[in-house]
Design a protein. Structure first.
Length: 152
């Protein structure tokens, strides 16, 4: 088991993640563009039980395009978004990839919401990288498969 660490910009929130491998995807939805203050966000789905967070966190609850609700957990000191947790699948959290101490270990295996990507962003066709105009039909099942594939 590999232990990866990360945290917020100011250092008040730290976390440890116990997983063999990480799987990431890039999300180009408008919410991710706003929360990352960039063209997309890097998301890393993990089991909630594999993540231990220490420090002052707070949550902002928002609706999703699918009609669900999600909690967006962030450092209550500096505001760095740490992870999201959907009401539909609370046993899974979506860690924000840029919060890892070493985010270079991440390479997105998919791009979601490419219909909302910034027009100046070129998306090269790569056979092993999935592209979704919106998101997978069953996002929960898709994320579950990503997590399960890490143990094979």
């Amino acid at each position: 088991m590999t232990h990866r660490r990360g945290g917020c910009q100011c250092g008040a929130v730290r976390y440890e993640l116990s997983v063999e491998r990480l799987t990431a995807y890039a999300c180009h939805c408008l919410e991710c563009q706003k929360q990352s203050a960039s063209a997309f966000a890097i998301s890393v789905p993990v089991k909630a039980d594999d993540l231990v967070v220490e420090g002052p966190v707070a949550a902002y609850e928002r609706s999703t395009d699918s009609g669900s609700r999600t909690n967006c957990w962030f450092c209550s000191t500096c505001g760095t978004r740490i992870y999201h947790q959907s009401a539909r699948s609370p046993q899974i959290v979506t860690l924000k990839g840029g919060t890892l101490d070493d985010p270079s270990v991440l390479a997105p295996i998919a791009h979601l919401w490419v219909s909302r990507k910034q027009p100046w962003l070129e998306m090269p066709a790569t056979p092993d990288v999935e592209m979704f105009e919106t998101q997978p039909d069953d996002l929960k099942a898709w994320r579950d498969r990503l997590i399960a594939s890490r143990s094979t």
